[in-house]
Design a protein around this ligand. Structure first.
Ligand code: ZN
Ligand code: ZN
Length: 366
């Protein structure tokens, strides 16, 4: 199959002809139809997360089940699916505690660069290529655990389904599951990218009265307001925090959702949240960085500092719920799709992302 392979953090991905093995027990072979180019791919490809190489990136994807391995009961050939980049076993300590994204089996697999048995189905046996988060969708096909497949309706376009596979669910769940925003509240979303836009939409659906989009790029104001933000604050302005306080009666927001991965922006989100409010950290910082908050005031602030990954809930339930909201017209996802490109242009899409291009690039396979 044709795949984009990461062989060096200093070089572009290379388009190669890669061998892919048959799915083993409880695994499936998926024909990838669409895959988004996400900031997490970019961080990995630029060497900020410390992944082992070689690797096929891509984790925000949708496709069609091509073939199933032994013991598979969840899906069958021909099913249209969204892929989860955090499939779970259902039996370990964290799965039993209803924290499926912390699944021990998945975590072990992801760190190993393999699937459930910690071996790879990608590349020649003598020189295997690592999987990325049990997906590796910058390729024509992927072998994934069956639990990583969520069946979708025929009327959901693959490009939309791919977006829901990461950015939409991550932003939506941060507001709904982690912040638990309620009608009438004030929410600040720091960082208006693929995730931030969906946090804004979720805040709108949750009935938040004041939704403040915060970003260093004033060009993002229009996009934020079109998706439901009530105000835009330029984060570069020296009085960004004061502006947010002014919009919230001097108190600060009830919830802040940090989506940039920059420790400085995380501190800003903390500062603009009211006492006893929640600060939800979604953005993934480069390896080795620390988050600084004023320790002396922390107990008295009663603030809740929450780490949020993949929407903080049960991704499969959230993905199903989000697609239903999309189908009924209550979530606008079509407008989030930017350029539709072929796999050969993946390196261009990564550079557009670095340059701050607003809409998501989607790689499509025909
Ligand atoms: Zn992602
Ligand atoms: Zn588990």
């Amino acid at each position: 199959m044709k795949a984009a392979v990461l062989r060096s953090f200093e070089k572009d991905l290379t388009i190669e002809d890669v061998a892919i093995a048959a799915p083993r027990d409880r695994e499936v072979l998926v024909r990838i139809m669409a895959t988004g180019v996400c900031s997490s791919d970019l961080s990995t490809i630029r060497g900020k997360t410390g992944s082992e190489l070689p690797l096929i990136p891509g984790h925000e994807a949708a496709g069609i089940i091509e073939r199933v391995g032994s013991g598979v009961s969840k899906v069958k050939p021909g099913d249209r699916v969204v892929l989860s980049w955090s499939p779970n076993c259902g039996h370990c300590f964290y799965c039993q505690q209803s924290h499926p994204t912390l699944c021990d089996v998945y975590t072990g697999a992801a760190i190993s660069g393999g699937l459930w048995d910690r071996t790879s189905r990608l590349g020649p046996t003598a020189a295997p290529i690592n999987h990325y988060s049990c997906v590796s969708s910058f390729a024509e096909f992927a072998v994934v655990p069956e639990t990583g497949c969520i069946v979708i309706d025929d009327d959901v376009p693959f490009a939309v389904a791919a977006l829901v596979g990461c950015a939409v669910t991550t932003g939506f769940g941060a507001v709904v599951n982690d912040a638990k925003a309620r009608p009438g509240e004030a929410v600040a979303v720091v960082g208006i990218g693929g995730v931030g836009i969906n946090a804004i939409q979720a805040a709108r659906l949750a009935g938040a009265q004041t939704i403040i989009a915060v970003d260093t790029n004033p060009d993002k104001a229009e996009l934020a307001l079109a998706n439901g933000a009530t105000h835009f604050v330029n984060a570069i302005a020296s009085d960004a925090r004061e502006q947010v306080l002014k919009l919230t009666g001097g108190r600060g927001v009830d919830h802040s959702i940090e989506c940039t991965g920059r420790p400085q922006a995380m501190s800003m989100a903390y500062d603009m949240t009211r006492p006893a409010g929640s600060v939800v950290i979604v953005g993934i910082a480069p390896k080795g960085m620390d988050l600084a908050i004023p320790a002396i005031g922390f107990p008295g602030s009663k603030k809740r500092l929450i780490g949020s990954i993949y929407g903080g809930g049960v991704p499969e339930q959230d993905i199903t719920r989000i697609l239903s909201l999309y189908q009924s017209g209550r979530l606008n996802l079509d407008a989030q799709i930017g350029k539709r490109i072929a796999l050969e242009h993946v390196n261009d899409a990564l550079r557009w992302l670095e340059q701050g291009v607003l809409a998501r690039s989607i790689i499509e396979f025909t």
